[in-house]
Design a protein around this ligand. Structure first.
Ligand code: SF4
Length: 304
């Protein structure tokens, strides 16, 4: 049985950047508190905590002593977090992914211009909490085509964005639906009724560019093992793509979830993961599968 790792799997550059920023702070001997899980992967959190990082929730922020260094992770934070940190005298280490920062700026601009802001995403996902914050939570978060059909006010000029890790086909289905429905009366000339619907495909290239390669890789293997944290949004999206291309795909968070029965009759096993899955974890799972695939050593017969 051959076991390979998908060459396109693993940390995206935004996550690599965040982890490097945190590691540099810890290596310099600074104490560092991460506001929320640094990434959606419990094994990587364990590794960072072993280096000295501590993880806290939003509710703990106001109780931190002044001067504490607080890491803003790649997902970004709403303006309220920056205000609280400033009031408390906390030192922010801002590792927001530049792609997310750009998205926040664009949402803010359309909000200020009076647009109805529609975000395709998961309302309580950390990135979306930040996006909602930049427009004072006066936006609409839709998680599906039906949601968009039911909730969008088609009489208002509207802009559609996406959380960076959502799936492209659903985003484009929502865009097509809204393109047919949303109109704005332009008031400078009484006759002009123009379509004023903007759709910003803000799904990160690190996610969407992988879809096709992942499908091809999954089809080349008899069995696929997909590794991600159960809370990883990007992991869920990529796992579904992988399973669609290869029904013998299994989702795991760690090597101890492997089941020998999954590999019956398989000669090629592929390993892939989310943008938050560390390379070292994929290597560990590869070694565990190779152990399952190795024939048990023959008992040594001792001559009597
Ligand atoms: S998936 Fe894209 S937006 Fe999200 S952290 Fe990675 S690079 Fe940044």
């Amino acid at each position: 049985m051959t076991v390979t790792i998908d060459r396109t799997a693993g940390f995206c550059w935004g996550v690599v950047r965040t982890v490097h920023i945190a590691e540099a702070e810890l290596a310099a001997g600074h104490t560092l508190v991460s506001l929320g899980d640094i990434i959606h992967n419990p094994k990587e959190i364990e590794r960072m905590e072993a280096l000295g990082m501590r993880t806290i929730g939003q509710d703990d922020l106001a109780a931190l002593p002044a001067g504490t260094q607080v890491l803003i992770r790649a997902h970004g934070e709403p303006p309220a977090t920056y205000r609280t940190a400033h009031e408390r005298g906390l030192q922010l280490v801002d590792a927001t992914c530049p792609v997310v920062t750009k998205l926040q700026e664009r949402i803010r601009k359309y909000y200020d211009d009076g647009f109805q802001v529609v975000i395709f995403g998961k309302k309580d996902h950390a990135e979306v909490v930040g996006l909602r914050g930049v427009c004072n939570d006066e936006c609409l978060v839709v998680k599906s085509l039906d949601d968009a059909r039911d909730k969008v006010d088609c009489a208002r000029p509207t802009v559609l964005f996406s959380q960076t890790t959502m799936d492209k086909p659903t985003f484009h289905a929502i865009r097509e639906l809204l393109e047919q429905r949303v109109k704005e009366l332009v008031v400078d000339t009484m006759e002009n009724i123009a379509s004023e619907f903007h759709a910003k495909d803000t799904i990160c290239g690190q996610v969407s560019g992988r879809e096709q390669k992942l499908r091809e890789y999954a089809r080349q293997n008899d069995v696929m093992i997909f590794i991600a944290g159960k809370k990883s949004s990007n992991g869920q999206v990529l796992f579904e793509i992988c399973r669609d291309a290869n029904p013998r795909t299994h989702f795991i968070e760690d090597a101890d979830e492997l089941d020998a029965a999954w590999f019956a009759g398989a000669s090629a096993v592929g390993i892939s993961g989310a943008t938050s899955t560390p390379q070292w974890l994929m290597l560990l799972v590869k070694a565990a599968i190779e152990r399952i695939g190795s024939p048990a050593p023959h008992p040594i017969s001792v001559p009597s």
